[in-house]
Design a protein around this ligand. Structure first.
Ligand code: C2O
Ligand code: CU
Length: 486
């Protein structure tokens, strides 16, 4: 595919947005000023650990906040969307004072970090009421994998609303040895919907069941921002899919893409890719070597199934009539003198591999979205092993130190991205196909009417935690279970 010019990119971006917004009268005019701007991509504020400690205050509060180039009645941490980027190292202590200035309860989850779920660690059972605060303390083990992680609220029932409102931010665990790159950028991709007055409207029951997809797809809270780089430059992009339900299939034609890893998993060698699929909650650690002409990061339609016979708002292919080239997420402008040849990529790494390990326990988890008894017409139940979430109940008890194999089965017509807290999962088999490498993720797609087998080594920590669908509407509707490692 030919690289497209910036002008075309902006045009496509506009059409893409207009296409997804077409069903909502009155929204279009509010978007048009964006087409003229193409503002430079802004990096969230950064906080870096020193001497083994990062101590930060995160205040969750309602806006007015700058979002998609406008003043929005949104939610943010420390007045920004996304919140500040937290940069730590293996072995560090991360202290976060979470101050709740929202009108409702909230809490904090450090998604993907391998830290204790107990006490004031990554404990999702903590509730921080409006007007109060809570001091979290996360101790990263000395061998914590480097990579990109993120934080977001995890109070059951309002997770999707609070993230859709703007509460999320990046966490980077630095590499032990720095990797040569001309620039490093954090790209937090989120989606939301705004009305003409800058309010984020409540979503319908139908959108919750499908998993809401916002009409605006943003990078660091900006609509189609512009990135500028020199030709032949190698940058490191840390991309987070912070969308509530949207699967992001990303392309950047005219540049060379090498994926270092996904989530906390690092590949043995960087993998050349043309496209990148990020499920809600996934992160990519990507090397981007620029070409010689302007280009654009585009997101393409990804079919994640739908409830039979149920229209799915905001769920169609982006762009008018299913724009095959997708819609523009950000533009990449190439300017200046060619860069010097980028340095060597990192040496080969051998990821842990559980494929030949002894498995202590085999378990099965059935993810189901089905018609409930005694519920309104069209209301679905979202369950794991037939049950909806109940924080007082422990669904799965695991012996500390053991390796387990989990078969995740989806009996419904929609994909579910399955997330396990604290412990990453190695993907062993997808729909009967063995995975040929050691692939580690903390969000794994369980396709409609399909099955995935993963293995987990329950090392280091004990305590109660959770696994759930990372279409956060499904999680809020009950598709979550409690795990206790004892
Ligand atoms: Cu990113 Cu339990 O979630
Ligand atoms: Cu789901």
């Amino acid at each position: 595919m030919q690289p497209i010019s910036r002008r075309q990119a902006l045009l496509l971006g506009g059409l893409g947005v207009a296409g997804t917004a077409a069903g909502t009268a009155g929204l279009l005019w509010t978007l048009s000023p964006q087409l003229a701007t193409g503002d430079g991509l802004i990096q969230p504020e950064e906080h870096r650990s020193t001497g083994g400690l990062l101590d930060v205050r995160l205040e969750a509060a309602p806006g007015p906040l700058l979002l998609a180039g406008r003043q929005a009645s949104a939610l943010g941490y420390n007045g920004g969307i996304p919140g500040p980027t937290l940069r730590v190292r293996a072995g560090d202590v991360l202290k976060v004072r979470l101050v709740n200035s929202l009108a409702e309860a909230t809490n904090l989850h450090v998604h993907g970090l391998h830290v204790s779920p107990e006490g004031n660690g990554d404990n999702i059972f903590v509730e921080v009421n409006p007007g109060s605060s809570f001091d979290y303390e996360y101790r990263l083990p000395a061998d914590h994998p480097p990579g990109v992680y993120w934080y977001h609220p995890h109070r059951h029932g309002t997770v999707a609303d609070q993230i859709f409102g703007g509460l999320f931010g990046a966490i980077v665990v630095e590499d032990p040895q720095p990797l040569a790159a001309s620039a490093e950028r954090v790209l937090v991709v989120s989606d939301t919907t705004m009305d003409a007055a800058g309010n984020i409207p409540a979503v319908s029951a139908m959108e919750r069941m499908t998993g809401r997809e916002g009409q605006l797809v943003l990078v660091n809270g900006q609509l189609t921002p512009q990135l500028t780089a020199r030709p032949g430059q190698r940058e490191r992009w840390r991309i987070i899919n912070a969308c509530v339900a949207r699967y992001l299939r990303l392309r950047l034609d005219g540049a060379r893409l090498q994926l270092l890893g996904m989530d906390s998993g690092r590949f043995p060698l960087p993998e050349s890719v043309e496209e990148l699929l990020l499920l809600p909650g996934n992160r990519a650690d990507l090397l981007v070597t620029t070409g010689t002409s302007d280009s654009a990061v585009r997101y393409l339609y990804q079919d994640r199934g739908s409830m039979t016979g149920m229209p799915a708002p905001g769920f169609g292919p982006p762009g008018p009539g299913g724009e095959p080239e997708g819609a523009v997420l950000a533009t990449l402008r190439i300017a200046g003198e060619p860069d010097e040849a980028p340095g060597a990529v990192p040496a080969e790494y051998s990821p842990p591999d559980l494929r030949s390990s002894a498995v202590a326990v085999h378990r099965r988890f059935i993810l189901a979205a089905g018609m409930g008894m005694g519920m309104g017409p069209g209301m679905m139940r979202f369950t794991i092993n037939g049950r909806e979430f109940n924080g007082a109940r422990t669904d799965t008890t695991v012996a500390a130190g053991s390796i387990e194999e989990w078969t995740l089965t989806n009996t419904g017509p929609m994909d579910h991205p399955f997330h396990l807290h604290v412990w990453p999962m190695q993907i062993i088999e997808q729909n009967g196909q063995a995975v040929r490498a050691a692939v580690w993720q903390d969000v794994v797609n369980v396709p409609a009417d399909g099955q995935v087998i993963v293995r987990v080594a329950f090392t280091d920590f004990r305590g109660r935690s959770a696994y759930h669908c990372h279409i956060l509407d499904h999680e809020d509707l009950g598709m979550m279970g409690v795990l206790e490692v004892a």
